[in-house]
Design a protein around this ligand. Structure first.
Ligand SMILES: C[S@@+](CC[C@H](N)C(=O)[O-])C[C@H]1O[C@@H](n2cnc3c(N)ncnc32)[C@H](O)[C@@H]1O
Length: 362
């Protein structure tokens, strides 16, 4: 769906933060896959909603960010990196071509080593055929699916990506889109959720927070059913309170850790914080060096409450933080110390270590 207004458009703060996360993640992803002794010979970076490659003010778009990350972190020109950029707005594909020519006036790598395809058409019609045409399968693929939030992407593509080796997806999800249009959306909208109409239950929910959480839960289930073992979703919130959800799917613990590191390092100049969508009080985690740990405290208390064996190893809670929250494992001991100081949690010894056991205070 082409944008109503002019191309390019302004870059909102949460988009700047999102780009910062993309860049940090790609600067890790490319060398992990293409450097070192176990390197793959080839990988593909594919965007289904590429945009024009530039924003008002000259800020780079995601395709440029990806190419720059590759050139910066993988100086060895040998591995083949295939790039696919799809967009259904001809103004965007044209401008993206111009941007690539002006940012990289001489080809940084040969056509064989860095084939780039810019395709005009919808993600549904073009992305999968182009992955086939470029022989991208059976090598790692990172698919960035950055739509306006409505995620017009087939479930089949998600399944194929989840089954493909070392492949990952980063998806922008606009919960508002589904909340606003639920009554007008036909069965086609269920395809976003793998054909499951359960997301429509938002109709019966009273608060915006409950609706947002439900859409996210349904989408997590969709990615999980498609075959992604590890998921990370978080909400980027800017100073005006406008938000954007990013959902990341991978089959590798290391991918999850690196994405989480990238999110926590996001440059604070954008004034964007992120929230754990599972935190019932929706508290924003603004400070990087001094993160708000109260939401993690609430999540840990809920986790301990559900623990049949009463005592839980701290290491288990570190994994819980990694797999089930936006927090990093490193945040857990600090948070538990705070909970213990407030008399909410007890531990088996005075120091708190990864091998310690904790339980809810009696
Ligand atoms: C959020 S913008 C992408 C921004 C870009 N990824 C970036 O970060 O620089 C969404 C883009 O998707 C395109 N678009 C919208 N619906 C589409 C569809 N069904 N298939 C392909 N492109 C679509 C729009 O033209 C727009 O350029």
């Amino acid at each position: 769906m082409p944008v109503d207004g002019p191309v390019p458009w302004e870059r909102p703060d949460h988009t700047a933060a999102k780009h910062d996360i993309y860049r940090r993640y790609l600067e890790r992803w490319f060398p992990i896959l293409l450097g070192g002794s176990k390197a793959y010979k080839s990988a593909t970076y594919a965007e289904g909603f590429a945009g024009p490659g530039v924003y008002v003010g000259g800020y780079p778009g995601s395709p440029i960010i990806a190419i720059e990350a590759l050139l910066k972190q993988v100086p060895n020109p040998e591995p083949v990196v295939k790039m696919i950029f799809v967009d259904d707005d001809p103004r965007c594909t044209k401008m993206l071509r111009e941007q690539l020519n002006s940012k990289f006036p001489t080809r940084p790598r040969s056509r064989e080593k860095l084939p780039i395809s810019i395709e005009l058409g919808t993600c549904v019609d073009k992305l999968e055929p182009q992955l086939d045409a470029m022989d991208a399968w059976e090598q790692p693929i990172l698919a960035v699916l950055d739509s306006w939030g409505n995620v017009p992407v087939t479930y089949r593509l998600l399944q194929r990506l989840a089954r493909n080796q070392s492949s990952e997806v980063i998806i922008t999800l606009g919960t508002q889109h589904f909340i606003r249009f639920v009554s007008k959306m036909g069965p086609g909208a269920d395809e976003v959720f793998g054909g499951d109409p359960n997301w429509r239950r938002i109709d019966t929910m009273a608060t915006g927070q409950a609706k947002r959480q439900h859409i996210l839960t349904c989408y997590r289930q969709t990615l999980s059913k498609a075959g992604f073992k590890y998921l990370l979703d978080f909400e980027l919130v800017d100073r005006r309170g406008e938000s954007l959800y990013l959902v990341f799917g991978t089959n590798h613990r290391r991918g999850l850790e690196k994405m989480k590191d990238s999110a926590w390092e996001v440059d604070r100049v954008y004034g964007v914080g992120f929230r754990d969508p599972r935190d019932e009080q929706a508290e924003t985690l603004f400070e990087l060096t001094d993160p708000a740990l109260a939401p993690l405290g609430r999540l840990l208390l809920a986790r301990l409450k559900n623990e049949p064996k009463a005592s839980v190893r701290v290491e288990t809670l570190r994994d819980f933080a990694l797999f089930d929250t936006v927090y990093r494992p490193e945040h857990v001991i600090r948070t538990l110390k705070g909970l213990r100081d407030n008399g909410l949690v007890e531990s088996d010894r005075s120091g708190l270590y990864r091998s310690s056991f904790v339980r809810l205070a009696r």
